[in-house]
Design a protein around this ligand. Structure first.
Ligand code: GLU
Length: 447
C-alpha cells in the first residue's frame, strides 16, 4: 500500500518488524496516511520515538488452549491477548473466537482499538484478544470447556484496573458468562469490572447488547444530518447477521428506514420490504442458525447463495460483517447503484481501495473506529456502573450512547475541517484519536 512520503520511513520500518501481518500493516498505513497532515504542522509528534512506540504493543501474550471435545479428542487452540496501549486507561477491547484469528489480526484490531477508545472520550486504553477456536458447530459443553480453558490462562493478565476484555466475533453473552464464571473461580473474587458484556443479573449493563449496532446508526444519522438528509424513508444494506448487524437493522428500521438485505459467509438475503427483526433474532440468537434459514421462514425474503450483497440498490450501506469484506469493485457497484453513505459497523470492513472509490464518487464514508465505537463506549459505561455498584435504566444509558456518538461525529468532522479536508471522516477520526493518545504519551514520558 502506498503511503505519503512524510510517513513512509515509519511505515517501512513497521513492515519489516512485523512481517506477514497484512491486516496490521493495513491498519497502520491508514492511520499514518492521515497523520501526514499533523506531522507537517506539528513535527514534535515524531519526537522521542512516539510513532515507533505507538506501533509496538506494550505486551503480547500468546498461550496454549487445550480442551477436550465431546468425542474425547484433545484439541489445541492458540489464545492471544495483545495489550497495546494503556496511556489513557486500562487496556480495553474484545475477544474474537474465529478460525481466521492469528497474531496479525489481533494486532490490527488492538491498534484500531487505541484510537477508537480515545475517540469515545472515556478513560480506556487499547487491547484485543481471541483465539483461532471455531465455535460454529460446537456443542454448548464444548464451548463451555473451551472458555474455561482459555480463562485458566488469561485470568492472570486481566483485572478491572489492568485489562478488561469483552466480546467480538464469536464471543457474545454466552461466552462472556462462561469466561466470567471461570475468572471468578480462578481468583475467588466476584470482580464484575473485569469483563464487560455481562448478563444483566450479574453486573451487565442495559444497552450493551444493542450498543455497537445502534451507535453505528446514530453516527449515520449525524452524517446524513450534516447534509440535511435523514434516515427515514432510506433503503439500507446491512452486511453480516451477528450482534452488530442485528441491532443496526433494528435501529435503522425503528427510525423509518427499510433494510433491504443482510448476509452471512454463505450468501445474502434480499428483503425489499424490510426485515422481520424478531424472526432474525430468533434464527440467529436463539436457534443459532444461518441466514438461509431466515429466508425459508420469512415472507418476501430471498436467499442468494454465494451472492455479493453490495449489488443491491440502496441509499445507505452499513458493512457490519468483518475486515475487508468490501473491496473497490463492490464500492463501484454501490456508487453505481446510488448509495450515498457508507458507515462501517465492523472493524475495517472496507479495503483501502474501496475507501478511495467512496471519496472519488462523493460518498460520505465513516470509518469503524469512529462509527462502531458505541460498543466499547457502552462497555466503559458498564465499567462505571460496576465501579459505583449501580445500574442505570435503558433510556438513560441509551441517551449517554447517543451523546457519545454525536460527540465523536462532531470531533471527527471538526478535526477534518481544521486540517483542510472537510468531510473526510477518516482523516478527522484518525487525527482526533491520535492527538489525545499522543499528548498523553508525551506527558507520561518514554515508557
Ligand atoms: N469488540 C468491540 C470493538 O471492536 C467491543 C470491545 C469492548 O466492548 O471492549 O470495539
Amino acid at each position: 500500500m502506498d503511503v505519503d512520503s512524510t510517513v513512509k520511513g515509519y511505515y517501512e520500518k513497521i513492515l519489516q518488524r512485523n512481517a506477514g501481518e497484512p491486516e496490521f500493516h493495513q491498519a497502520v498505513a491508514e492511520v499514518l496516511d492521515s497523520l501526514r497532515y499533523v506531522l507537517r504542522q506539528d513535527p514534535h509528534y515524531t519526537d522521542l520515538g512516539l510513532i515507533e512506540r505507538l506501533a509496538e504493543p506494550e505486551r503480547q501474550i500468546i498461550f496454549r488452549v487445550p480442551w477436550i471435545g465431546d468425542d474425547g479428542q484433545v484439541h489445541v487452540n492458540r489464545g492471544f491477548r495483545v495489550q497495546f496501549n494503556s496511556v489513557l486507561g486500562p487496556y480495553k477491547g474484545g475477544l474474537r473466537f474465529h478460525p481466521s484469528v492469528n497474531l496479525g489480526i489481533i494486532k490490527f484490531l488492538g491498534f484500531e482499538q487505541i484510537f477508537k477508545n480515545s475517540l469515545t472520550g472515556l478513560p480506556i486504553g487499547g487491547g484485543k484478544g481471541g483465539s483461532d477456536f471455531d465455535p460454529k458447530g460446537r456443542s454448548e459443553l464444548e464451548v463451555m470447556r473451551f472458555c474455561q480453558s482459555f480463562m485458566t490462562e488469561l485470568h492472570r493478565h486481566i483485572g478491572d484496573k489492568t485489562d478488561v476484555p469483552a466480546g467480538d466475533i464469536g464471543v457474545g453473552g454466552r461466552e462472556i458468562g462462561y469466561l466470567f464464571g471461570q475468572y471468578r473461580r480462578m481468583t475467588g473474587r466476584h470482580e464484575s469490572g473485569t469483563l464487560t458484556g455481562k448478563g444483566l443479573q450479574w453486573g451487565g449493563s442495559l444497552v450493551r447488547t444493542e450498543a455497537t449496532g445502534y451507535g453505528c446508526v446514530y453516527f449515520t444519522q449525524e452524517m446524513m444530518a450534516a447534509r440535511g438528509e435523514r434516515l427515514h424513508g432510506a433503503r439500507v444494506i446491512v452486511s453480516g447477521s451477528g450482534n452488530v448487524a442485528i441491532y443496526a437493522i433494528e435501529k435503522a428500521q425503528e427510525l423509518g428506514a427499510t433494510v433491504v438485505g443482510f448476509s452471512d459467509s454463505s450468501g445474502y438475503v434480499s428483503t425489499p420490504d424490510g426485515v422481520d427483526v424478531e424472526l432474525l433474532k430468533d434464527v440467529k440468537e436463539v436457534r443459532r442458525l444461518r441466514v438461509s434459514d431466515y429466508a425459508k421462514e420469512a415472507t418476501g425474503a430471498t436467499f442468494h447463495k454465494g451472492g455479493n450483497i453490495w449489488e443491491l440498490e440502496a441509499d445507505v450501506a452499513l458493512p457490519c460483517a468483518t475486515q475487508n469484506e468490501l473491496d473497490d469493485e463492490s464500492a463501484k457497484l454501490l456508487a453505481d447503484n446510488g448509495v450515498k453513505y457508507v458507515t462501517e459497523g465492523a472493524n475495517m470492513p472496507c479495503t483501502h481501495d474501496a475507501v478511495r472509490v467512496f471519496h472519488k464518487r462523493h460518498i460520505d464514508f465513516a470509518p469503524g473506529k469512529a462509527a462502531n465505537a458505541g460498543g466499547v463506549a457502552t462497555s466503559a459505561l458498564e465499567m462505571q456502573q460496576n465501579a459505583s455498584r449501580d445500574s442505570w435504566t435503558f433510556e438513560y444509558t441509551d441517551k449517554r450512547l447517543q451523546n457519545i456518538m454525536r460527540k465523536i461525529f462532531k470531533n471527527a468532522a471538526s478535526t477534518a475541517a481544521e486540517y483542510g479536508v472537510e468531510g473526510d471522516y477518516v482523516v478527522g477520526a484518525n487525527i482526533a484519536g491520535f492527538k489525545k493518545v499522543a499528548d498523553a504519551m508525551i506527558a507520561q514520558g518514554v515508557i
